[in-house]
Design a binder for this molecule. Sequence first.
Ligand SMILES: Cc1ncc(COP(=O)(O)O)c(C=O)c1O
Length: 113
Amino acid sequence: MDHHRPKSAKFEAELCAYNGVPHCLAMNSATTAQEITMQVLGLQPGDEVITTSLTWVSTLSTVVLQGGVPVLVDIDPKTLNLDPAQLEAAITPRTKGIIPVHLTGLPCPMDAV
Ligand SMILES: Cc1ncc(COP(=O)(O)O)c(C=O)c1O
């Protein structure tokens, strides 16, 4: 238990148990989490990251900050999220990642993604 941030440590431990994973790290914001995720991915200049055209700016800015190129895929009007059919067409040899976004309480269809 981390005594400097006991509530976060308890939350992380419960999140690990819930997800059945050995490590979880709570962040102060979604933007920070996205920035660190892009750093861990090790994006190289020109690497492409596919995401949805209906999202918050940090979905794109954190990719650009690491030298990556955001590739926007249109939404499915039924879910307002990334359209899996169009996602497949956007994949290239430079694709390094995909950022699905669950917006307005409607989950992105993750099985199809
Ligand atoms: C899809 C998405 N990503 C990131 C953010 C940014 O979140 P935060 O303010 O926690 O950095 C938002 C905020 O609305 C969001 O909708």
